[in-house]
Design a protein around this ligand. Structure first.
Ligand SMILES: [Zn+2]
Length: 444
């Protein structure tokens, strides 16, 4: 169930409550809406001070989308979930186009900005702007959640797999590890190592098998150096031949090489890990192998937020995920700094950038516009507003897009905070998930 966050009169976070109870408090005017995204209410009357149940924020970082889940470790309840879509590629494209425009103008001896040469050294720990944006998105949301829920711990998927666990001498048999944590780590390693392709026919398979390059029957070991990713057909065809006898000596050589650092160690994740530690909360780290293993054990489908809920060793044995509707958060930036749009040749087109606010509204504010029946555009529209200096706005939402809505019909829902919001779909859970922890239907 996606719960509602609650603050006391002094803006201290309390235990999140069921949406039905929140609705009751709101209708009885015992509370007021404090924030729409994430939905948070603030109590009107002072409450007796009792310490709320500690919650854990779990993060599964991705290059395009990061899954987040707030989990109650004691009950296994997923209290809240979100999927944050980053704007990494947009940041890169914007910088590329700016660079191209400036270069073009310099080449043509048009009026231009002088190139600067004092800013060419990169400080230590420099990250590309697109990655900085990703790191900041996650940190922003951890901070926001901390302000509206009693968060005490963090879990974070730091690496794809655990090299130590894979190469540890105590782990002897992959054959006996099917369905174990170590087995999943090895599988993750092999998938990445062989690029999700069969080592022999180089095709993508629907069913992967772990192939012993020198077969077990001929004294081959279970070490990862003797393992290759294979499709079912190739594995059968190879039989008890070695890779060289099967006509693929390169597989033997390739398996011996260590995995390229770039693929195994992700710099963004490490930077994020360091920053998360700076919040002062204990940060538990997990591996991709463990996340997958946790999720498979609990028969949960693959979504970003469910992956997040399964990060780390602290994951409760039964996760209550019923009725959780993830908040879909899209990083959009606050505004454009470019004063003028340019055509492909770098010449200005259209009008210069207008004012940042019109009648108190910013582009990106979430509004509910109620247009009366007398107007041609009668109806109620909920979405993001794009301001125009004449006071007739454009609104984009789940309904589509509508233009020319006068500002006087707009009611504020949420100020532009650099993100767009919508509600995701409930995950299609297997029947087994419905047995555990029956909860009431969603009211919001
Ligand atoms: Zn194959």
């Amino acid at each position: 169930m996606s719960f509602v966050f609650v603050l006391d009169t002094n803006k201290r976070p309390l235990n999140p409550i069921h949406p039905g109870r929140a609705r009751l408090l709101l209708t009885q005017q015992k509370a007021a809406v404090f924030r729409r995204f994430p939905f948070t209410i603030i109590l009107n009357d002072a409450q007796p001070a009792n310490s709320p149940t500690p919650l854990r924020v779990k993060i599964d970082p991705g290059s395009k989308t990061t899954g987040m889940a707030v989990v109650n470790d004691a009950t296994g309840e997923v209290v809240w979930a979100a999927e944050v879509t980053h704007r990494g590629q947009q940041v890169k494209e914007a910088l590329d186009s700016r660079r191209a425009t400036r270069r073009g103008r310099r080449q043509r001896h048009t009026r231009y900005r002088q190139p600067r040469f004092a800013n060419r050294t990169r400080p230590q720990g420099w990250l590309p702007p697109s990655l900085v944006s990703r790191v900041q998105n996650v940190l922003t949301w951890v901070e926001r959640l901390r302000r509206c829920a009693p968060i005490t711990d963090l879990s974070f998927e730091l690496v794809r797999f655990d090299m130590q666990l894979i190469e540890h001498p105590a782990i002897t048999g992959i054959a006996y590890q099917q369905g174990t944590l170590a087995g999943w780590e090895v599988r993750e390693y092999l998938l990445l190592k062989w690029g999700y392709r069969c080592a022999y026919c180089r095709k993508e398979a629907t069913r992967w098998e772990v192939d012993h390059i020198i077969p077990r029957s001929r004294g081959g070991s279970h070490r990862v150096k003797n393992l290759a990713l294979s499709c079912h057909a190739c594995n059968q065809d190879k039989g008890d031949r070695t890779a060289a006898e099967y006509g693929h000596p390169e597989v033997q050589t390739e398996a011996g090489k260590p995995l390229k650092d770039a693929a195994a160690v992700n710099s963004t994740r490490w930077v994020l890990y360091e920053r998360l530690q700076q919040t002062g909360m204990p940060v538990e780290t997990g591996t991709g192998g463990r996340t997958k293993w946790n999720r498979t054990q609990r028969e949960l489908p693959k979504t970003h937020w469910l992956d997040a809920a399964c990060v780390g060793a602290s994951t409760p044995s039964s996760l209550r995920t019923r009725g959780v509707i993830p908040l879909v958060i899209t990083a959009s930036g606050r505004h454009r700094r470019q004063m003028r749009k340019v055509d492909t040749y770098g010449f200005p087109v259209g009008k210069a950038k207008g004012p940042g606010t019109v009648l108190g509204w910013h582009t990106g504010d979430m509004v509910r516009a109620i247009v009366p029946k007398t107007s041609k555009k009668a109806g109620t529209y909920v979405g993001r507003v794009a301001i125009k200096s004449d006071g007739n706005f454009k609104i984009t939402g789940a309904f589509g897009m509508v233009e020319g809505i006068p500002a006087r019909y707009c009611h504020p829902l949420h100020r532009n905070d650099g993100y767009g919001y919508s509600h995701g779909k409930e995950a299609a859970l297997p029947p087994s998930a419905w047995k555990a922890g029956a909860s009431a239907p969603n009211f919001l």
